[in-house]
Every structure is written in C-alpha cells, then in structure tokens.
Design a protein around this ligand. Structure first.
Ligand code: SAH
Length: 347
C-alpha cells in the first residue's frame, strides 16, 4: 500500500502515468487531499468508480494517531503522535499574532547529541517518512478546525536533524508549498539545522524561497565543541563559508539561533566574538531563552544578561531579536513530551 500523503506532485504524476492515467489525475488527487480535505477515495466524486477501486486496492490515506495532547494557557498545543511502528513523535503549535506556526519533527529521536537538548536523549531510531511529516500538519489542522483556524507557518525545528533526512524533508516542503497542495508560502516555511554543511550547500540550489535557520549557540569552536558535537566535523570557519555561499547562491539571509546558557555562552566577551564571527554575513541573530531540561544541568541566562548581550549585538550592527516563549507550563522544549512519556511508561 502506498500512502498518498507521502508523494509530492511530480512523483504523484509519474505514478499516475505508470497506472495509465493522464497527468492531470495527480493534480486532481492533490486537490482532493489538501484543498478539499478528503479522507477517503470514495469522496472523490470526479474520479471514475473503476479508478477509485484501483486506488482503494493499492493506496491508502493514513495519518499518524493522536496519542497525547497538552494545551498551554497561552494557546500552545503540544501533541504526541503514534506512528505505524509504534514510534512516537511530537509536534507543537504556537499561536503568534501573525498566524499559527507549527513545529514539526523530522526524525524519531536524534543523533546530533547537543548537550542541552531533550531530543537527543533518545537516539535516532529512523527518519520520518514524508507522509509522517505531512501527517503532523494535517492532524494539527484537524485540531485547529474546531476554532476555524489552520496552520499558516511551518518550522522544521522539532525532534531530529532535517538535513539528516534531506530528501523527505524537501518533499514534505514541496507538498506544503505547492499552490495545489497546502499552499503555504515559502517565506512562511523555515528549516533549522545544527550546521550540516553538505545540506546547506544543497539547500542553496533548491530554488525555493524557504527560510534557513542555523543553530549556532556558540561564538567559537571551543565552546561549540563542548555543547554541539557536530561542530567537530563541521567547524565554525567552514560553516561561515557555507553561510556566505548560501547567501550568494540562494540570495537569502539566514537566521542564527543562539540559546542563552548561563555561564556557558552568555558573556559580553562571547557577544564580542559572535559579532566578529558572523561579520561578512547578512545573518540575523535570534536569542533563545533556554528551556531547562531535567536530565541536564544547563541553566537559562538571567534576563539582565540576555538584554546586555542583545544590546551589544544591536549596537554593533547585528540584527537581533529575542525569541518569544511559548508553553512554559507544558513540556514545550524539544523532545520533552516524548521523553516524559517514555519515562512514565518506564521504557
Ligand atoms: N536539529 C535542528 C532542528 C531541531 S532543534 C537544529 O539543531 O536546528 C530546534 C532548535 O531548538 C535548535 O536551535 C535547538 O538548539 C533548540 N533547542 C533544543 N533544546 C532546547 C531547549 N531546551 N531550550 C531552547 N531551545 C532548544
């Protein structure tokens, strides 16, 4: 059985042609799936009965199951989804003034082993299929439908490293972005990487106007090596070269994410080094208040320290923002809900 939610339009076209169908059949199906929100082939009234039989025989429309849900007072919704093989992934919805941003996971677990992150507590079990990433958005949309709302922005910032599952993440984005698909504008979609340079180089040539965020979190390799092991393979000078290459080829600016960790990377000396490091790029910096995780000893920086760091960057010509926080009363940090669920179940 092929899950139709896993096919972006050009792949669906090829498949339909291999079934002796006309190319437009794919667009028709796409419209049924994403615009008309059909949940069965029998609803597809303009598809002949005989081809619907073929569809029912060889294809399915399968979504992950809603396993657990947490709602925060501020409107954040966090869900844990169960996949076919019993794996669980988490997805969050953050209500911004400008729209509803969903944070999707790209892998079951993560191998990047960032010291501060709850996702890495569970090693990567496997990549998510395209349909399982698409499914996160569709399940969230069915929750939002109750309030006549829908997902308007997507960040691939949940569990997993998107560039370690490059092809599936890109197909997912094509389905989200396509006018006949979910029709979410490229500028409303952001992929976040811990700095896999080959992925950044490839992304530069996709010809999509999608946003790229890079988890930097340190102004030099000495600190970065301690908290982000990926830095050993892809050191900062090379990462900065890749960013400049991307800016030139894709004609887009990147955002550097920088978690403020008390006593680790939050000094003014670090701010000074950061200004030097990113000089020559057009990047923005997004300072992230750390969301403490029970399993490690990192602490969030004081507000005063964050503001001093913020002001230093601004004064030195770096476009900087401080990330708005969501869901502090629920397990909002990446991977926390899944880790908690496993912990409670004792496995
Ligand atoms: N692997 C990708 C995407 C997933 S992590 C990446 O590294 O970018 C998404 C973002 O959340 C990253 O910037 C990550 O460093 C950050 N993050 C992880 N744990 C966090 C926590 N406890 N508090 C705040 N941000 C966290």
């Amino acid at each position: 059985m092929i899950n139709l939610y896993g096919l972006e339009l050009t792949k669906l076209e090829e498949l339909m042609i291999s079934y002796g169908q006309k190319r437009y059949r794919a667009t028709q199906l796409f419209t049924w799936l994403y615009e008309k929100k059909a949940r069965s082939f029998d609803e597809m009234s303009d598809v002949s009965k005989s081809f619907r039989e073929v569809l029912n025989k060889d294809f399915c429309l399968e979504l992950p199951k809603l396993y657990r849900r947490q709602d925060s007072k501020d409107g954040t919704i966090k869900i844990l989804l169960e996949l076919n093989d019993g794996s669980k992934v988490e997805t969050a919805l953050m209500p911004y003034r400008y729209g509803n941003a969903i944070c999707v996971s790209s892998q079951v677990g993560c191998n990047m082993a960032c010291a501060f992150c709850a996702s890495g507590l569970l090693k990567k079990k496997r990549n998510l299929e395209v349909s399982e990433i698409v499914g996160q958005v569709l399940v969230m949309n069915s929750i939002l439908e109750e309030k006549n709302e829908k997902v308007t922005h997507i960040v691939v910032m949940g569990t997993g490293e998107p560039f370690d599952n490059y092809d599936n993440v890109l197909d997912f984005i094509r389905i989200m972005n396509h006018p006949k698909g979910m029709a979410i504008g490229a500028r409303h979609i952001t992929v976040s990487t811990c700095g896999l340079i080959p992925g950044i180089m490839r992304y530069a040539h996709e010809g999509l106007q999608i946003n790229l965020a890079i988890s930097l979190h340190a102004p030099n390799d000495e600190i970065r090596n301690k908290i982000m092991p990926i830095s050993k393979g892809y050191p900062l000078p090379k990462l900065m070269e890749a960013v400049k290459y991307y800016e030139k080829e894709a004609n887009r600016r990147v955002t550097f994410e920088y978690i403020m960790l008390k006593g680790v990377n939050d000094s003014l000396e670090c701010a000074k080094e950061l200004v030097k490091l990113i000089k020559g790029t057009l990047a923005y910096v997004n300072l992230i208040p750390y969301n403490p995780v029970d399993e490690n000893s990192f602490l969030r920086s004081d507000d005063k320290t964050v503001h001093a760091f913020f002001s230093y960057l601004l004064q030195h010509g770096v476009n900087t923002t401080i990330r708005k926080e969501f869901g502090n009363d629920i397990d909002a940090a990446c991977g926390q809900l899944r880790a908690k669920d496993q912990h409670e179940k004792g496995n």
